[in-house]
Write a protein that binds this ligand. Structure first.
Ligand SMILES: [Zn+2]
Length: 561
């Protein structure tokens, strides 16, 4: 190790930079590592069967005992969701976590689904709490977002101070929360900020984010005017939005049924910890909706992103046992669409409209739009903190670049702004910041049912191929003695062409398969069956493509008898 890298801090984003979600970052000083957040993200439409994508922690594989601890900024799944999937790789009896009471509650509740995992030691921290972990000392700074108990992090490191904004917006009229404390932020900046890391999710949006109370007003307008039932879909972790929908429903005499496992558990936790306030009589069970007039009912559910298993999708596809859509229903999508889910959400919306319900889709109520600072606020954050160096975090690459431009427009020199992506090693010293040449693994790790990371690129490619052009199985039985194919090869196919109408094609395929096998066995020498199978795969694949312009997955099966 060179002297300079010994005396510099390494900042390694493993997720969340160059994408929305999957936030996880490492701060490394002389080999000791502090982890900030462990989030997941939802898969995109072209990842069939994948449940979540989690950060790649290959870099930490042989450094488990160098981990100083894990600090969480807030309870959104893109900041905590990967915990149960990473524990098998990272947990040691000494591993300590730090989180606010709400964040802690959500993490621990989720751990109940993983009873085989060890109990996690999560220490509660509050606004203004200070902790010391190894060479770092951290002060927690309450920031407005759309979930309570969200902390920015003021981190003292051996080379200088870092301010990490977490996800944030400035809000003068928040719901269930205190307004942004600008005096405190100014006081922090007086302690000299070497590096500011700031949320870029809405860096491409002009102006200011909406205050939570303004979002409330919009929601109220819809609910007030709804003639029948209100079905409001949102993220289970959008505690503020859930609170707003409950309060407004109460105001207009509506009872609230909560549908969806994650939504119910989150509401339970938040109620228990006092983050959601409501009259206990407001809540009803979903099956009780049949006993109430339609205009007295609000159904709060998951699935605004078109998630296949979530409540709204099941309602839209008429698979829900109790909730059937009808004319007069008002369906609210209280979140904008995460890139990659547009098509699915569109299909779901159309289905809902076909069944006679009205649909309201408000981008401004979104987890990724409503909760994040826009251009003017981002400028203000930079102006308050006056950092020596600046690094945009949390967002697609275009958002990071735009955020960098914002910093430049405020007079920051280009060489002091660092646009890093997942897997980069940002090397920060008192005098300069740069990205090291080496990168660490940061590619997707996919969670699929119970498997973690065993769905690789190959499996995904197979699934895409199957979904697109189907499968084509060729079974040839070969006589060991003569090397000749017995009878005619069997062909099974799904999702490719209708076999009965493709007799000529199949006849030619059979002829070709016999030809390939017998030219390999004809010499009388030992036969390399792997080669034969590969030949069938390649040649038949090419042939089918030339005839149909499709590329089904060709599976050759050769049986010797
Ligand atoms: Zn968030």
């Amino acid at each position: 190790m060179t002297k300079s890298s010994k005396e510099s801090l390494r900042i390694i984003p493993l997720g969340g930079l160059g994408e929305v979600g999957r936030n996880m970052m490492l701060l490394e000083w002389k080999g000791e590592i502090l982890i900030l957040d462990m989030g997941f993200r939802l898969p995109e439409e072209d990842m069939p069967g994948v449940d979540y994508i989690i950060p790649n922690v290959e870099y930490l594989r042989d450094k488990k005992d160098k981990i100083l601890g894990v600090v969480f900024t807030h309870g959104h799944y893109d900041h905590i969701g990967a915990v149960p999937y990473l524990m098998p790789k990272l947990w040691t009896p000494n591993l300590v976590f730090f989180a606010s009471p709400l964040t802690r509650g959500i993490i621990l509740k989720r751990q109940e689904d993983f009873p085989e995992q060890p109990k996690l030691k999560i220490k509660e921290v509050y606004d203004k709490s200070r902790i010391k972990i190894g060479p770092f000392s951290i002060e927690f700074v309450k920031m407005n977002h759309n979930i309570p108990d969200n902390f920015g992090l003021f981190i003292e490191t051996p080379i200088g101070n870092i301010f990490h904004t977490s996800d944030f917006k400035f809000d003068k009229n928040p719901v269930n929360d205190t307004p942004t404390d600008f005096n405190r932020l100014r006081e922090i900046s007086k302690r000299k900020i070497l590096l500011l890391m700031s949320d870029s999710t809405d860096a491409e949006e002009e102006g200011h984010s909406l205050s939570e109370s303004e979002i409330s007003k919009n929601l109220e307008e819809i609910i007030k005017n709804a003639k029948g039932r209100v079905i409001a879909a949102t993220f289970a972790s959008l505690i503020n939005r859930i609170q707003q929908i409950i309060s407004i429903s109460e105001k207009y005499g509506r009872k609230v049924a909560i549908e969806g496992y994650s939504m119910r558990t989150n509401v339970e936790i938040a109620k228990h910890l006092g983050y959601i306030r409501a009259d206990p009589k407001t809540f009803i069970l979903t099956k009780q909706i049949e006993n109430l007039p339609d205009q007295k009912i609000t159904i709060l559910c998951t699935g605004a992103q078109g998630e296949a298993e979530a409540v709204l999708m099941r309602v839209a596809t008429k698979e829900h046992p109790i909730i059937k859509l009808k004319k007069g229903d008002t369906v609210i999508f209280s979140s904008s669409v995460i890139p990659g889910n547009e098509r699915t959400v569109q299909i779901m919306k159309d289905e809902i409209l076909r069944q006679g319900a009205e649909v309201f889709h408000y981008k401004m109520m979104d987890i990724h739009a409503g909760g994040h600072a826009k251009k003017e606020e981002l400028k203000k954050m930079i102006k308050i903190m006056r950092p020596r160096f600046f690094m945009p975090i949390h967002g697609q690459y275009s958002m990071l670049v735009e955020h960098a431009k914002i910093a430049k427009s405020l007079g920051m020199k280009e060489e002091r702004i660092i646009v890093a992506e997942n897997g980069d090693i940002v090397n920060l010293s008192k005098k300069k910041v740069f990205i090291e040449r080496k990168i660490v693994p940061s590619n997707y790790v996919m969670v699929d049912g119970l498997g973690i990371g065993d769905v690789g690129e190959v499996v995904l490619r197979d699934r895409k191929m199957l979904a697109k052009d189907g499968i084509f199985v060729v079974i040839a039985v070969v006589d060991r003695q003569t090397g000749k194919v017995k009878g005619s090869p069997d062909i099974i196919s799904r999702g490719f062409v209708y076999l009965r109408e493709s007799k000529e094609l199949l006849r030619e395929v059979r002829k070709k398969v016999i030809g390939i096998v017998q030219s390999a066995t004809g010499s009388g020498r030992a036969v390399n069956w792997a080669y034969v199978k590969n030949e069938i795969k390649e040649k038949i694949g090419q042939f089918l493509f030339s005839k149909t312009q499709r590329r089904p997955m060709v599976l050759p099966v050769v049986i010797e008898v």
